[in-house]
Design a protein around this ligand. Structure first.
Ligand SMILES: Nc1ncnc2c1ncn2[C@@H]1O[C@H](COP(=O)(O)OP(=O)(O)OP(=O)(O)O)[C@@H](O)[C@H]1O
Length: 358
């Protein structure tokens, strides 16, 4: 078993409330990603779970056991950091073996364990090298191998791929997912990269200002964000938000447009709202009764598709289009909106309106 749970974790550094009541329940064997912007409290959350940070309030539980008062050593968790923290004078073999040496495992068992984890990470041929003779990606693999070799209760990973170049990062994402499936162990993984979160996680907790805003599968967080902040933070390009209100059976934009009211919208007339539209849910090709007029002012060609920024009055609507139909700057376009996939938020509180759209 490898469940990890935190209840009401609070931690302040002077004036800064780094954790402001963090509740997380990580199921056994999950690839659980804590996603948030810089300063959200991600590292502090992980350090608190590991026992490296003393909490002002709240508790940490491993398999239901309250370990809040226990030392890091007693918690049996392995942590992987973004800086690899390898011993420079030791070989790769010795680096990987070090947690087992500390435990005084028999030499034969150590050699077998290092061998197995080296094969899992495809670094068998590096075992006699020293860290200075490794590339960044290889060092990261060695750091991972050292964490994996112990078979701990759970793995805590703090942005372990940040220092890798883009190609390696993409490769290591696939690799980590594979390793996770192979080991079947609990991973708690911290990142500010939403693509990383969406591609690897079974579950994502979105953290902001020391508070969990939403927990769900990547699809849930993307398709049913609880508020405008989560909607904007998750997804690339960023969701477009247009000011509007309900008037009878129409949704009327502050910039003069008018759309049929999305099914199930319960907002009272006149209440300030934001219509949230993802780039793939609007089109310059499809035709329908739900259209918004605007003028092309920016184009970002991305190979198989182009992102078109359309000015609607003073607001911007980003549309994902085929390169051949993307239009030219200055051209007027009619953008068709898929209202079944639209989001509505209260403009004041930022909270999603229940029942609207999907
Ligand atoms: N040891 C410390 N002393 C003072 N302030 C700290 C300390 N550690 C963290 N903080 C502050 O607490 C807040 C949360 O920090 P934390 O490192 O947990 O955020 P994060 O989400 O991991 O950010 P990043 O993605 O930049 O690493 C930040 O405002 C940070 O400056």
């Amino acid at each position: 078993m490898g469940t990890v749970a935190t209840y009401g974790m609070r931690k302040a550094f002077g004036e800064v409330q780094a954790l402001d009541g963090v509740d997380l329940e990580v199921p056994d064997g999950a690839f659980f990603v804590v996603l948030g912007p810089s300063g959200a409290g991600k590292t502090t959350t992980l350090r608190a779970i590991a026992g490296l940070e003393r909490l002002d309030a709240g508790s940490v539980h491993l398999d239901g056991r309250d370990v809040t008062g226990e030392t890091p050593g007693a918690r049996d968790l392995a942590m992987v950091f973004q800086n690899y923290a390898l011993y420079p004078r030791h070989t790769v073999f010795e680096n990987i073996a070090s947690p087992l040496r500390v435990r005084r495992d028999p030499a034969g068992e150590i050699a077998a364990a290092v061998d197995e984890v080296a094969r899992l990470l495809h670094i068998e041929r590096l075992l006699e090298r020293r860290p200075a003779q490794l590339s960044g990606g290889e060092m990261q693999r060695v750091a991972l191998a050292r964490a994996l070799v112990r078979r701990p209760h759970a793995f805590l990973m703090d942005e372990p791929l940040t220092n890798l170049d883009l190609k390696l990062r993409v490769e290591m994402r696939t690799e980590l997912s594979r390793i996770h499936r192979r080991l079947g162990r609990t991973f708690v993984y911290v990142t500010n990269d939403q693509v990383e979160a969406m591609s690897m996680a079974d579950q994502v907790a979105v953290l902001k200002d020391g508070k969990v805003r939403q927990v769900g599968t990547p699809a849930e967080v993307y398709e049913r964000p609880v508020d405008r902040w989560v909607a904007s933070f998750v997804g690339s390009p960023r969701i477009s938000l247009l000011a509007c209100h309900v008037d009878d059976d129409r949704l009327v934009g502050s910039q003069g447009w008018s759309l049929p009211r999305p099914r199930g919208t319960t907002a009272e007339p006149g209440r300030p709202l934001l219509l949230g539209l993802r780039a793939e849910d609007v089109s310059v090709e499809r035709r329908g009764e739900a259209t918004v007029e605007g003028e092309v002012f920016g184009l970002e060609p991305l190979g198989d598709h182009t992102l078109v920024d359309v000015k609607v009055g003073t607001e911007t609507l980003t549309v994902k289009a085929r390169p051949t139909v993307a239009g030219r700057p200055g051209e007027r376009l009619s953008v068709t909106v898929d209202l079944d996939r639209a989001h509505l938020f209260d403009a004041g509180t930022g909270l999603a309106l229940s029942g609207a759209g999907r």
